[in-house]
Design a protein around this ligand. Structure first.
Ligand code: ZN
Length: 293
């Protein structure tokens, strides 16, 4: 398609806006279903830091501009930047760009995928994910690192990366954000869970008509915003600690090793660490997805 030959000239990949006590951080690559490249990761991080440092901001909303919240990590747009070097923020590790194999992949994914999502989960202010349309693979990681999700009735969720031979995305929260049997179905089939199904499983807090999504989220944010800042921060930490005591953090660490065993296996026996599947191949195999692992 013609986009492949064009530079990534879409403007800022993340937009930032403050509405009263609420900061709205929005993914802004709607042309590519908000596929996440590293540039977007670091722009997101900068926006979150800005919101945390602004005392007037009490609540953060994470949104996606356009039809879809997020189609996944960027595995095929002209703005894919996996070989670029960035100032690391999430972990203390070496740069991946001059390394090879696991040495490179583990460094990069520890930073821009697992490390960043963990860092954002620990933001000391409430974060609400406002999800419409697709929320696929890497998109799940963003939504799951938020405190809760409000979805429109056209939203759908999927993690199709088992098709690449990989046991789910790097931020492996699946068995905690839904029950383990549902997580297996979600991963084994790679299919879509509707917003309603996700709500029934406890992964999504509220499902509302598309036209009411923004109003619903902002009403919730305004209600939360009257609470004391420190109370909210400590409460968030309390629940996150409880979730970690239920195994989230250690479980995620152990699966990160399996994830990298799968990448390495693919690189060893196939054409690349993604088993040769780019965004187009993933979309063709399991309509629809704009992103992947
Ligand atoms: Zn990976």
């Amino acid at each position: 398609m013609s986009e492949q030959a064009q530079p990534d000239d879409e403007g800022p990949v993340v937009t930032y806006e403050v509405r009263g006590p609420v900061a709205v951080v929005s993914l802004n690559r709607p042309r590519y279903s908000n596929a996440q490249n590293s540039k977007m990761t670091y722009a997101l991080d900068a926006a979150f830091v800005r919101a945390v440092n602004d005392d007037a901001v009490k609540v953060i909303v994470l949104a996606g501009n356009g039809k879809h919240f997020c189609g996944g990590h960027d595995i095929g747009t002209p703005g894919r930047d996996i070989h670029e070097s960035f100032q690391r923020k999430a972990v203390i590790w070496w740069d991946h760009t001059d390394k090879q194999g696991v040495d490179s992949r583990f460094a990069r994914e520890s930073e821009v995928y697992l490390g960043m999502c963990r860092r954002w989960r620990e933001l000391p202010k409430p974060v609400i994910a406002m999800v419409q349309g697709a929320c696929i693979a890497g998109g799940l990681m963003l939504a799951w690192s938020c405190d809760f999700i409000v979805a429109s009735d056209d939203a759908f969720f999927s993690d199709p990366v088992v098709r690449m031979g990989i046991p789910g995305v790097e931020y492996f929260a699946h068995p905690w954000v839904m029950n383990p049997r549902a997580a297996k179905e979600f991963l084994y089939t790679g299919g879509r869970f509707t917003a309603q199904r996700a709500h029934e499983l406890g992964m999504v807090n509220h499902v509302v008509p598309r036209a009411e999504l923004e109003r619903t989220v902002f009403e919730m944010a305004e209600r939360i915003a009257v609470m004391p800042r420190l109370g909210l921060a400590l409460t968030k930490k309390a629940v996150n600690q409880a979730e970690d005591l239920m195994g989230l953090r250690t479980g995620m660490d152990s699966v990160f090793g399996l994830h990298h065993a799968a990448h390495a296996h693919n690189a060893e026996v196939d054409v690349d660490s993604l088993a040769g599947l780019d965004a187009r191949a993933m979309a063709d195999a399991g309509k629809p997805t704009a992103g992947g692992v």
